[in-house]
Design a protein. Structure first.
Lengths: 325, 502
């Protein structure tokens, strides 16, 4: 049930305390936090830097506007309402399509107009924001995620988390929502995390609830064949978020859109440590290597460096081979 | 980025904290443990005399803090007499006065003395030598012979005194000595002879402390000053050198113990009793000598002291929270909410407190789940929860009182605003993450609160934090160090275990 600090250190695993003091405390300046804690700001900033994000339908910032929110939604087949300062996927409402007066969630549940209004009102009063401060509701167009990934996920949109350290992509994983996670892509809620090889964008290893998995629990599809199309573009997009925000230790959440390719969903100044579980490897050695690199290298060169040095061989393939043999 | 200033700061805090605590322990005899008993002597002096109907003035010498004993408190009883305490280079004195009194009078003075091995004599000044000492015949020859004899067999002031006294004791008592004793009192005679030999000396009054003795009187002792100015005590009868452990010098300036004007047949007698006191009480009774380094909560009025006793415990609770979150990795709902709950538990006792807390939070959660249907703005909703909490607490107090459970009344010690926020947070957590997460965070908060309570309610911890302010600096240094800890948390050893398995 327990392991020893020595074994964790040998694996290069980073604990919460080390992450907070050594990386977040040292490389993430407090004054830059609002850029990533407020999704609306992130979105506007990304637009300035030419980084694609899901289309913005509108925002609601006063309770007075709540009644007119449905008017803004007219003409959009599906949409997502999220709190600008939410965290951990809280308060995100996804409506897949509108059927007459009913708003239908990916799970098939029907919501009425007043349900939408109440949700927006809750967001504004700060129910989902850090510290309960008043917030703004952001309405975005629904992402049409790449069909090649459909069978790897259940209900929700799978996203790709890349840890970017001083502009270098150091570790990546894909988060697949499951029935257990209620369509959300949060690992601690039961989503499947699939570690991705930085060199190729192929699956390394899968975990759910901190235990190894070889297939998706709901669709039954094996995970070894998972391969992210447009991997280099995605990494370069993630890496350029360093110049955009100035944050040295950054978690970037990306999605693959059918038409627009990789898109930036949101940024996180305090990315979690579960990515180490999904990759079966600690961050420590990779972060140490990056700390020795000089500044002022452009994004493409940083991605090339990372792909060269952080290449991995998939464990899932060998494991699958071993079981069939 | 150098961490040197950080470690210097921590080191300075540690050194200052430890030094302050040790200073308080050594200089004020504040013990490290609360159960430690201290020996306290209670000595009562009773002054008797017959007044002649005229104005009366009574001066009684008073003991002061000296080697082995520390004066704690003193009291007097004297009906109709005016009283003042005098302090000059002649030592401390109590002066009673009355315009007119007749017949037998009684005055009382009692003092509490702490047996304190570290206590030191106040600086004793040797007396001046008298300018001229006149002897009548034939005592002058006897005196000079005795002095000459002692001079030959001694090397310095102390050995001279020893030889001199030996000449007046037992079988060595010679003819000259016997002659002198017919004319003079023994101790004043010895002082006179010593002064004649240019040695500073005086007669002091000592009281032998013996548990349960009554009607004791002071005995005269001989204090001889050596050439370097240090005082040595001699028993004038036996010639024994040094001070017995149970000897209290009642008067050590060479003056009289009792002086009465306007009365006759005056005498002072002493009774004494020894008892043990908890050290903390003994410390509290110390006469205030307020200096900056003696910065102590004890100089505040009693009511504020009680308040500070609680305030000074909060850093202990904070330390427990830091330990459990940084080293163990427990999740709590609201960072320092457990400390506030622990403070409430101190008032309510553990079991009643826990039952009360769980009752309030459970009922609060049920009512809060109804409030979420009403679709209210956040501030209004939390305010509604606050009123609900107050209502729940009132109902429980009344109910428990009706059922004869007085312990239930202590539920009012819970911080209501904090409880309301706890309920609000738990409720949101329940909706978003499910009951499991509520149990984890609620359980974590309760475990932390109980640990903080156990630490804060420990008698030794209470004693240390209240009596040694330096401990606060040590706690500060510890918390700073913990804030610098980059190692794994205990629960991470379990969380990351699957990674190490292959």
């Amino acid at each position: 049930m327990w392991t020893t600090p020595g074994k964790l250190r040998a694996k290069g695993i980073i604990g919460m305390n080390r992450r907070n003091i050594r990386y977040i405390g040292r490389y993430n300046s407090r004054k830059l936090y609002p850029l990533v804690d407020d999704k609306l700001q992130t979105k506007l900033l990304a637009r300035e830097h030419g980084i694609t994000t899901p289309a913005l339908i509108g925002t609601v910032s006063t309770q007075f506007e709540v009644k007119s929110v449905t008017r803004q939604l007219e003409g959009h087949p599906g949409f997502v309402i999220k709190p600008a300062k939410g965290s951990g996927g809280k308060g995100i409402l996804v409506i897949e399509h509108i059927d007459g007066s009913a708003y239908i969630k990916p799970s098939g549940a029907h919501l009425g107009r007043e349900d939408i209004e109440r949700h927006v009102s809750n967001i504004l009063s700060g129910l989902y924001s850090l510290g309960g401060s008043p917030d703004v509701a952001v309405i975005e167009a629904l992402i049409n995620f790449d069909e090649t990934l459909t069978e790897y996920t259940y209900e929700g949109v799978p996203d790709i988390r890349v840890i970017v350290f001083q502009g270098y992509p150091v570790m990546a994983m894909m988060r697949l929502s499951t029935a257990a996670s209620d369509g959300k892509a949060n690992l601690h809620q039961g989503a499947v995390g699939v570690g991705l090889d930085i060199a190729t964008g192929t699956a390394v290893r899968g975990v759910q609830f901190d235990r190894t998995r070889h297939d998706h629990p709901d669709t039954g599809h094996e995970l070894a064949s998972l391969r992210i199309p447009g991997w280099r573009t995605l990494l370069e997009l993630a890496a350029s978020c360093y110049e955009m925000t100035g944050l040295g230790y950054l978690g970037t959440d990306m999605v693959l859109d059918r038409e627009h390719g990789p898109m930036l969903l949101e940024l996180n100044a305090r990315p979690g440590l579960a990515i180490q579980m999904a990759n079966g490897e600690g961050l420590r050695s990779r972060l140490d290597l990056i700390e020795q690199q000089p500044d002022g290298v452009d994004a493409a060169a940083r991605v090339a460096f990372a792909r060269e040095h952080f290449a991995r061989r998939a464990e899932l393939v060998s494991a699958a081979d071993a079981t069939t043999a | 980025m150098s961490r040197l200033p950080f470690y210097l700061l921590v080191g300075m805090l540690l050194v200052a904290g430890i030094a302050l605590s040790v200073h308080r322990h050594v200089a004020f005899e504040v013990p490290w443990t609360p159960g430690e008993q201290r020996q306290v002597w209670e000595v009562e002096a009773q002054v008797n005399f017959s007044a002649l109907g005229d104005p009366v003035m009574v001066n009684l010498a008073l003991p002061s803090t000296q080697q082995g004993y520390r004066v704690l408190t003193e009291n007097t009883a004297s009906s109709g007499f005016g009283l003042s305490f005098l302090e000059d280079k002649g030592g401390r004195q109590a002066q009673w006065s009355i315009r007119e009194a007749t017949g037998p009078q009684q005055l009382y003075y009692s003092v509490q003395l702490l047996v304190a091995p570290q206590a030191a004599d106040q600086d004793v000044k040797p007396p001046e030598l008298p300018r001229e000492i006149a002897w009548e015949r034939p005592f002058d020859t006897a005196a000079s012979q005795i002095i000459e004899r002692a001079q030959q067999r001694s090397a310095d002031a102390v050995t001279f005194a020893r030889e001199l006294i030996r000449d007046f004791t037992g079988d060595r008592q010679g003819e000259n000595a016997r002659l002198l004793l017919t004319q003079f009192e023994r101790t004043p005679l010895l002082v006179r002879l010593l002064n004649e030999a240019n040695i500073r000396a005086r007669e002091v009054s000592g009281l032998a402390l013996d548990d349960g003795r009554r009607r004791q009187s002071v005995k005269s002792w001989l204090q001889v000053f050596s050439d370097d100015g240090s005082a040595v005590l001699f028993n004038p009868v036996t010639g024994e050198q040094g001070r017995p452990d149970n000897l209290l010098l009642w008067e050590d300036r060479g003056g009289a113990v009792l002086e009465v004007q306007g009365g006759t047949n005056s005498r002072v007698s002493f009774s004494m009793i020894q008892h043990n006191q908890p050290a903390s009480t003994a410390v509290r009774n110390q006469l205030d000598s307020d200096t900056l380094i003696n910065f102590s909560i004890h100089s505040l009025p009693l009511e504020e002291q009680a308040l500070f006793q609680t305030i000074l415990l909060i850093p202990i609770g904070a330390l427990m929270v830091v330990l459990l979150r940084v080293l163990v990795g427990l999740k709590t709902s609201g960072t320092f909410m457990p400390v506030l709950i622990a403070l409430a538990l101190i008032q309510t006792t553990l079991l009643t407190g826990l039952i009360g807390f769980l009752l309030v939070v459970t009922v609060g959660l049920v009512i809060r789940s109804y409030l979420s249907y009403l679709n209210l703005l956040l501030v209004a909703r939390v305010s509604a929860v606050i009123i609900t909490v107050i209502a729940i607490i009132s109902v429980f107090s009344v109910l428990s009182y009706r059922f004869g459970l007085n312990a239930g009344l202590t539920i009012t010690f819970f911080p209501m605003i904090i409880l309301a926020w706890t309920i609000e947070r738990m409720s949101i957590l329940w909706e978003e993450e499910g009951p499991k997460e509520v149990l984890i965070q609620g359980g974590g908060s309760l475990v932390t609160a109980i640990m903080a309570y156990l630490a804060m309610n420990n008698p030794w911890v209470r004693h240390i934090t209240f009596n040694f302010l330096g401990v606060q600096l040590i706690l500060m240094a510890l918390i700073l160090l913990l804030g610098n800890y980059t190692g794994y948390r205990l629960l991470e050893l379990r969380r990351f275990k699957p990674v190490t398995e292959d």
